[in-house]
Ligand binder design. Sequence first.
Ligand SMILES: NC(=O)c1ccc[n+]([C@@H]2O[C@H](COP(=O)([O-])OP(=O)(O)OC[C@H]3O[C@@H](n4cnc5c(N)ncnc54)[C@H](OP(=O)(O)O)[C@@H]3O)[C@@H](O)[C@H]2O)c1
Length: 237
Amino acid sequence: MPGFSDKSVLVLGGSRGIGAAIVRRFAADGARVSFTYAGSAEASASLASETGTQAILTDSADRDALIATVAGRGPIDVLVVNAGTAVLGDPLTLDPDAIDRMIDVNVRAPYHAAVEAARRMPDGGRIIVIGSVNGDRMPFAGGAAYALTKAAVQGMVRGLARDFGHRGITVNAVQPGPTHSDMNPEDGPMADAMRGFMAIKRHIRAEEVAELTAYLAGPQAAMITGSFQTIDGGFGA
Ligand SMILES: NC(=O)c1ccc[n+]([C@@H]2O[C@H](COP(=O)([O-])OP(=O)(O)OC[C@H]3O[C@@H](n4cnc5c(N)ncnc54)[C@H](OP(=O)(O)O)[C@@H]3O)[C@@H](O)[C@H]2O)c1
């Protein structure tokens, strides 16, 4: 695997779950890593001291704060937008404010962060958004708004790949299926139903998603752009 010792990496939403695994993956390969968090101050402090990375309090739903944080990092070689929430349930009773906040975090934030990062990103940089296989397939009730946000990521990835391709900057989505985390624990109430949709019936490990993310960030992935790299155990098959 490539080393990232000369690279500056920003992970938006790195305090827990998949984001924390991505922070660990890049830090282990020598990158200068900073990551944002919104609610998990303790977990962030402990991850930062364990990995020698920098934790920055920034709510992705606060557009101006998010843009200021991205701009404040200077030229970033790799931007990973992982921060996301899942508001699931009956669309007739879900709180519209909760839906709009999810859209702020899952859709508006990746767009504004990607554009801001691209302003200073060196040629050959990498923008990677953690989407979801639910951008392709939503096989259960209650996930319409979440699927909407992850399908929106796909449109953004296609478009920005065209906008920044002349600079060798690649823009891709990593699309996990059910991945063991606080959002989707392998022993949670939805776990059996989730595994029922998979060809390989186990939850994905956050480290497996981080590995795919690191692959896309390396020099071997220079010609992969505008694409969705799905890691879902066959959920979408
Ligand atoms: N787990 C799955 O099965 C699965 C499947 C497909 C896609 N995904 C996607 O993968 C990503 C990570 O999911 P996960 O399972 O690791 O979720 P998680 O365990 O709930 O962790 C979410 C992470 O995002 C951060 N975050 C959430 N809202 C934020 C905000 N407003 N501002 C800044 N950071 C914020 C959290 O930080 P704080 O705690 O500090 O707020 C935390 O670090 C999400 O985009 C999710 O949609 C997950």
